[in-house]
Design a protein around this ligand. Structure first.
Ligand code: WTA
Length: 636
């Protein structure tokens, strides 16, 4: 990419105005200047939010891996593309150059082909944060297969649901994974999942922990021997601009997870362009995003965005607390990290530890700090700014979503003056709108409402896999002709945005989106449970934690409540994963319901948050007496 960056605030406003006035011209110029295309587009944009349908760069042909790998070889072949830092600090870091990445991606692409994978097939990737994860993603893209990465912390049931939803034919996994002191037996989770996923015909297994695992005859193969035999050349599949690149699941407030579909050209353009500007990326930088590639942040800002810019991107296998709470800061010093992008939950956890862990490391290489995944509270912001950035590195508080593909509202470092808790200004091309309860746009400043986006941007998800109707209902039905984010926001006197949190039944716990319905469904499978309701409550480190209200069946027998609590969390772990475990479980005689039978979650949220002095209007309740009862026994 050329060296062009937005340099000061006035220029930002100028660029922004152009992006709104002439969006097609704006995005056409960026696409022309920064990428390699096999065929130019016929039309920059066509869209209709009422269907909804969005197409960018129609008619263009390309392969995203040519943009992320091949074109860097001539000038930067020996530059490190992926810098892998293992879980164990004693194990050597790996520097995978662009030349080597090219070979490894092509080899895996050839192996996938030899297993019968073709353009459009879905491949599930269930791997820890090891280089093979990024390489798998890129190998799929090389041959036009659609990757569906499932975070390796998800349970067998969650994995199986995702595999089946998108009919994956093949799974790439490993014998196991390292996570701090623990080793996790990933392969047996896959084995369990595949009992319910008969559509999977092949499993490729990366050797990571050298454990004794059983390979299922006719289905499972060790990956390395196949790679050793494979050619290092693989012609990229020529993709249409709107061909799907990947599916990534995100929780919904109801029902099963939503497989968000991202397509090729627009996603590439947007992630690359935002990466460059939001992180003020320069040629010799060493950029580190601590997310897992199992989430959108890892897709867009560990793999595609950085590699499209020819950057060095760090992949860290471990956790911030191992071998001690100084690990992040040690890695920053060791690899002279220039941009560091993490989540508020990690910052809050580390801020609780002794400052010594930070102070003993030389963090002077840092130029930009980033935050993503949930609102960053003021205290965490200051701790990050003072102790990590030493008040010299601007913090970019980036707001975006799995569905948006790339960063939407963010400061630009050294350009936008920051204020703690404000994601500040829309990125060029992004047109936010705040909506009121009557569906009207709220104009002017110093207002708050529900955050919508009123014009398409290149990396908007195009659909939900296999369920376009749900896509339409979830995102395009609340407000006419607008994409609804599910978040609330306020706009201050100068037009800065502050994200105030979800306005639906998605709860963000440690930066992970969790829908209440799937957790309730899991709990209700416990034989003693009649009904349940989950709400979030403020938590020092996780941002939000989960509070469950559970009605037990009346069987006349007495139950050991401690056991039932344990079993409930066990069921949640099996169905979803440990991230969805409840911090508090209260057994209640009933749940506050409206006359139409809907649970009044607003009241339950207030009780869980210990705000019972102002419960609001309870007159529409069918059973107001139950509220008193719940308050009396609330776990505060
Ligand atoms: C929340 C993560 C406040 C928000 C990239 C959004 C944030 C959801 C921020 C998407 C931020 C993300 N400030 N809230 N900087 N970033 N969120 O799909 O509620 O995992 O809707 O994508 O996280 O989470 P997702």
């Amino acid at each position: 990419m050329s060296n062009y960056h937005i340099k000061h605030l006035e220029e930002y406003y100028k660029v922004y105005r152009k992006s709104v006035r002439e969006p097609e011209v704006f995005w056409e110029e960026i696409a022309e200047e920064h990428f390699v295309w096999r065929k130019r587009w016929d039309k920059v944009l066509s869209w209709d939010f009422s269907k909804p349908e969005v197409k960018w760069y129609e008619g263009a042909q390309l392969n995203i891996t040519e943009n992320c790998i091949d074109r860097h070889l001539r000038t930067n072949g020996n530059k490190t593309a992926i810098l892998f830092e293992p879980n164990n600090p004693e194990e050597a870091a790996q520097h995978i150059t662009y030349n080597r990445l090219y070979e490894r991606v092509n080899q895996l692409a050839n192996v996938l082909k030899s297993q019968g994978i073709q353009k459009g097939d879905r491949v599930c990737v269930y791997l820890p944060m090891i280089p093979e994860l990024a390489i798998s993603v890129l190998a799929c893209a090389r041959i036009g297969a659609i990757h569906s990465v499932v975070f390796a912390g998800f349970s067998a049931t969650a994995l199986s649901t995702r595999i089946n939803d998108s009919d994956c034919k093949l799974v790439i996994t490993s014998d196991g994974s390292y996570r701090g002191k623990k080793t996790i037996d990933l392969k047996s989770i896959v084995d369990e999942a595949l009992e319910d996923s008969p559509g999977v015909t092949n499993v490729l297994v990366v050797k990571r922990i050298n454990s004794d695992i059983v390979l299922k005859e006719g289905r499972d193969l060790w990956l390395q021997p196949l790679l050793d035999e494979a050619s290092i050349e693989c012609e990229p599949e020529i993709m249409e601009a709107e061909d799907p690149l990947f599916i990534l699941y995100t929780s919904g407030s109801t029902g099963k997870p939503k497989g968000m579909v991202h397509t090729t050209a627009g996603y590439m353009v947007y992630t690359a362009y935002t990466f460059k500007n939001v992180f003020n990326y320069r040629a010799n930088d060493v950029y580190w995003c601590t997310a897992d590639i199992g989430w959108i942040t890892g897709h867009s800002y560990i793999v595609y965005g950085p590699l499209a810019n020819g950057a060095t991107t760090v992949m860290f296998e471990g956790v911030p607390s191992y071998p001690d709470y100084g690990r992040f800061w040690e890695i920053i010093e060791k690899h002279k990290i220039t941009q560091f992008y993490t989540a508020p939950t990690a910052i809050r956890a580390l801020a609780k530890e002794k400052l010594e862990f930070v102070d003993k490391h030389d963090l002077s290489s840092l130029k930009v700090l980033g935050s993503v995944g949930e609102p960053i509270n003021e205290e965490a912001w200051h701790w990050y700014n003072d102790n990590v950035g030493k008040k010299k590195s601007p913090i970019v508080d980036t707001w975006w979503q799995t569905e948006t593909g790339g960063i939407m509202v963010t400061p630009l470092p050294y350009v936008t003056p920051t204020i703690p808790t404000y994601a500040t200004l829309p990125f060029p091309g992004i047109q936010p709108a705040l909506m009121d309860e009557n569906g009207e746009e709220i104009t002017g400043n110093q207002v708050d409402g529900r955050l919508c986006i009123k014009f398409p941007w290149p990396s908007i998800a195009r659909t939900i896999w296999g369920n376009h109707q749900r896509y339409k209902e979830t995102y395009f039905s609340a407000y006419e002709n607008k994409y609804f984010t599910g978040d609330g926001a306020l706009r201050d006197a100068v037009g800065y945005y502050r994200i105030t949190g979800r306005v639906d039944d998605v709860i963000i716990v440690s930066g992970h989106n969790l829908g209440t319905a799937p957790i309730e469904d899991a709990i209700n499978e416990h034989p003693a449970v009649a009904e349940s309701a989950i709400v979030g409550f403020p938590h020092d480190i996780k941002g939000n934690a989960l509070y469950g209200y559970v009605i037990l069946k009346e069987t006349g027998e007495s139950r050991d409540q401690t056991n039932v609590r344990k079993e409930i969390n066990q069921i949640i772990t099996e169905h979803i994963g440990p991230i969805a475990k409840l911090d508090k479980i209260q057994f209640v005689p009933g749940l506050p319901k409206t006359r139409s039978g809907k649970i009044m979650r607003r009241i339950l949220r207030k009780i869980a948050g210990n705000e019972t002095s102002n419960l609001g209007d309870t007159s529409t309740l069918l059973n107001p007496e139950v509220v008193e009862e719940i308050i009396k026994n609330a776990i505060i």
